[in-house]
Design a protein around this ligand. Structure first.
Ligand code: NAX
Length: 326
């Protein structure tokens, strides 16, 4: 059966890296035809049409059709997968409150449109920043959709952490399992090596260098986005698109036995993260659902960092509440 995939911000740079991979079958597999619905703001519809021309020109056998619109209701009608990439970036002199308000103006109506018209099995991934709180706003305006269907992306952070660890230890990325990002997709995020494994051995023990972990690994992962901008002159796009593909394809197809991944999902109160916040956790995907890995022991080092990132999420939630956005 054809799967309807809605992508917002389709004319942006992540959109450009993402759409071709979806249409080629990398999101849902080589047997699943896709119908793309691209949502853009009116000024960018023409650019999205240009991307659609290129998608046509790839003659992807799995791509059934492409619809381009600036109307959220149309874009989410019948959506099975919704990738919310378009967001309002922070511009010079913009306060955090202004940023949250501007994004509330995007994610509230999109949540409402998902609630009104998306398919019963809709799964939502928010990529656009501030991703966790944008996802919370959309989720709060979609009361008829199970809350667990709203997620935000920390898979890029996860992949970045895997890559850094692989380089440090000189092992292939395939040797690394059970890494986890906790908290907010922001500089406060906490990439956790204490539960990760390298060739079956504890990763923190294999590194055996707390100073590296604290002063190099964690800040390198957390500030990688800024380092990419500095080097490339533009923010990460292909790696972000790759992580979005990973997030959805894991969600649909499941995690490998004994492994887990990272995703920001609605908290059920696990690990002291207030219920209802959309926070990153170690998660397994089973039967099309992301579930928080339970029962991990959290030491003081990790506790302090998880709490700091979660405190930031609480502040963001309180700020959008105050603005009347949720
Ligand atoms: P671009 O500025 O290239 O593209 C964004 C696109 O969204 C633009 O074409 C714009 O017209 C569109 N847009 C804006 N408002 C819209 C609306 N209401 N409806 C539909 N489309 C709308 O940004 P890009 O580099 O593609 O990044 C997109 C978002 O991803 C940004 O918010 C960025 O901060 C975020 N990121 C999130 C990451 C994550 O790990 N969660 C990593 C990468 C990226 O930084």
């Amino acid at each position: 059966m054809t799967v309807n995939v809605t992508v917002t911000g389709a004319a942006g740079q992540i959109g450009y890296a993402l759409l071709f991979r979806i249409a080629s079958g990398q999101l849902l597999g080589a047997d699943t035809p896709v119908s793309l619905r691209l949502l853009e703001i009116p000024q960018a519809v023409k650019a999205a049409e240009g991307t659609a021309m290129e998608l046509d020109d790839c003659a992807f056998p799995l791509l059934e059709d492409i619809e381009i619109t600036d109307d959220a209701k149309k874009a989410f009608d019948g959506a099975n997968i919704a990738l919310l990439v378009g967001a309002r970036p922070r511009t010079k002199g913009m306060e955090r409150g202004d940023l949250l308000a501007a994004n509330g103006g995007i994610f509230k109506p999109q949540g409402e449109a998902i609630n009104a018209g998306a398919a019963d099995d809709v799964r939502v991934l928010v990529v656009g920043n501030p991703a966790n709180t944008n996802a919370l706003i959309a989720q709060q305006h979609a009361p008829d959709v199970p809350a667990e269907r709203f997620t935000a992306m920390t898979r890029l952070d996860h992949n970045r952490a895997v890559a850094q660890l692989s380089k440090k230890l000189g092992v292939p990325v395939s040797a690394i399992r059970r890494l986890a990002i906790w908290g907010n997709h922001s500089a406060t995020q906490y990439p956790d090596l204490f539960h990760a494994e390298v060739n079956g051995e504890n990763a923190a023990a294999a590194v055996n260098d707390e100073a590296w972990l604290r002063d190099t690994f964690i800040p390198t992962v957390a500030k990688r986005g800024a380092a990419i901008i500095e080097a490339r002159g533009a923010s990460s796009a292909a790696s972000a698109a790759g992580a979005a593909i990973d997030h959805v394809s894991t969600w649909v197809h499941g995690t490998a036995e004994g492994d887990w991944t990272s995703a920001a999902v609605v908290s059920d109160g696990s690990y002291g993260v207030p219920e209802g916040l959309i926070s990153s956790f170690p998660v397994v995907a089973r039967d099309g659902r992301y579930e928080i890995v339970q029962g991990l022991e959290i030491d003081d080092f990790s506790r302090e960092r998880i709490d700091a990132s979660v405190a930031e999420l609480v502040e963001e939630r309180d700020a959008v509440r105050k603005l009347g956005l949720i």
